[in-house]
Write a protein that binds this ligand. Sequence first.
Ligand SMILES: [Zn+2]
Length: 80
Amino acid sequence: MSKSTVYLEHLGQKKLLGMSEIWLPSSSGVIYASPSLIYHYIEAHRYLPPQEFLEAVISFNLDANWNGEAEVEKWLTRPH
Ligand SMILES: [Zn+2]
């Protein structure tokens, strides 16, 4: 394992970070996109995301049936 490889361990599962993006809805309708490495930037490098992003994280309802992939598809197929 390379020293530059970053994993997130949660509930016995190991996820490779840096290969994906996190989409996060906010109450204002804005959807925030961040690299999955944002977790590492916060934990290891003391990165502090903007307040609006933090509020979206805190207010996100894990029980909601929000489908990020469907939002990506909507975005990709939107009229130009
Ligand atoms: Zn680092």
